[in-house]
Design a protein around this ligand. Sequence first.
Ligand code: FAD
Ligand code: NAP
Length: 541
Amino acid sequence: MTTAASERFDAIVVGAGFSGLYALHRLRELGVRTVVLEKAENVGGTWLFNRYPGARCDIESIEYSYSFSDEIQQDWVWTETMPAQPEIEAYLNFVADRLDLRRDIRFDTNVVSMTFDEGAAEWVVTTEAGESLVASYVVAASGILSVPLEPDIAGMDTFTGTSLFTSRWPKEGIDLADKCVGVIGTGSTGVQLIPVVARQAGHLTVFQRSPAYTLPWKVRAFEAGELDELKANYAEIRAAQRAHAVGAARLSAFSVMFEMITKPPLKSASREDQLRAIEAEGVMGALSWGDVFFDIEANRMAAKLYGEAVARIVKDPETAASLTPSHPFGCKRPIIDQGYYETFNRDNVTLVDLRKDPIVGVTPTGIQTSQKQHELDVIVYATGFDAMTGALTRIDIRGRDNASLADFWASQGPYTYLGIAVAGFPNLFIVQAPGSPSAATNFVAALEQHVEWISDCVTYLRDHGYRTIEALPDAQDEWIEHTTALVEPTVLVHPTCKSWYNGGNVPGKKRMYMGYTAGIPEYRRRCDEVAATGYRGFKLA
Ligand code: FAD
Ligand code: NAP
């Protein structure tokens, strides 16, 4: 199958975001001849594409960063507690330069197919430009949120104003002053974008289908000497982070949710207790109850209390009611915001509740809803991603017997073993595939564990003379049974839960909760145990 023109490597890494950069560094250090193929023009992945105003991480900078190099963590200077997109993009460029990674990265190189040649026990990878590369191993570091979802709204292409997508925001920015701007989408992206656009635009109209649960947060610049002090304690900070279920021991969107589980149950709280909670903590107080994740009735009570807390911030009662979510809290990824609800008290902001007044279509001059034509200069789409599987199903991946990964996941659901490998696809390692901690954790902590496990595995295969490693179907089924059993007692599996966590945001996608919820330390323990027992659940040949 391989042609004479094919270039040969030990490993091919797809993607040059956080995951691909570390995979390249680690494999190269082990003497594995590695090339990275990246479709974009530079490193950064998520943090290269999502340049929309307000884009920011919701984990503290000192934790949402590589821990593998003390030199890098000591030399890089974060300016804020939670870093904004430009700073994370600059950080990844700094890392790429510091580790001299660019010499092994091919930019503007879109991988379109990967075929496992069973005879040669090699992957043949082809690019859009027609190049063919061959390697024993492929590490798919193609991202869990790297394929944007464009909505299918009638008339979108007839709009004569400016259409913007948050995941490919113009690098040079855009002047929104005096413009009438419409935003569709109120997930994590919309919630970050809306307060900033409201301050820039002449008028902002928010088209909201599902209101968000979002917790207010104060991001601040580090004070003089604060970062130096943190850096002096980096060993302890990293140790605490490593021991924490969500990979972030300091306050973050995930650790706040994690803390909620430890609180007393809402169902036994008196009305006075409930009111005291929202008086003291606002929307956070409405949700911080131990039974909210496990009992749908408690969850519904919390949603009602949440609405009361929102109504204390948002002055117009109708707008406050429209901003109150009706889906269970916990179904979607947690969100933290900087003044989201206050934004709806501004004179230049209008909320359109699509649950009452749905979009009919985009017209040449704006958006037509069932009740009104909204005249707009700019439409911003913040409509999410084909998450977890989207990047891989867009590559024609063929394993044993020419079986297609996209077809397998479409029919069976996104099954994997350990969230790393798929039966029938030997020597293909996926960084943070479905069934891994990714979705509900500090992603950088999660990916470091994956990259280290994968590179240790490659070393083991090389040292023991094995050519292939392949997940066994039974082990894969057991793993998915285990990941599913973990979420079974929670509201995450409630039929009204619809989000990228379970594929419910993509029409026709097979639904399955795609995370691993027992936490990174337990996950690491299981992965280490598999390795220590000679890769139990895998066939080595
Ligand atoms: P990515 O950064 O997505 O990189 C994947 C790379 O693969 C991309 O550069 C892409 O171009 C490339 N690629 C894909 N397919 C191909 C192909 N066929 N051929 C060649 N190249 C390909 N996580 C958190 O933990 N905390 C946060 O606060 C947080 N904030 C986020 C904010 C936004 C707006 C988004 C979208 C995601 C956020 N995430 C956050 C998740 C984030 O995706 C991860 O934290 C992390 O950046 C992922 O790194 P990665 O390298 O695995 O993937
Ligand atoms: P998202 O959470 O999936 O939200 C997409 C939004 O678009 C939803 O409100 C959705 O409504 C709406 N939408 C989609 N199609 C629509 C249509 N046709 N008409 C009207 N509304 C439509 O996507 P996201 O906001 O981009 O966030 C995705 C993930 O990226 C997050 O969960 C998070 O992991 C990551 N992220 C993190 C941060 C951060 O704070 N660090 C910031 C941005 C992104 P429905 O809910 O009704 O479908």
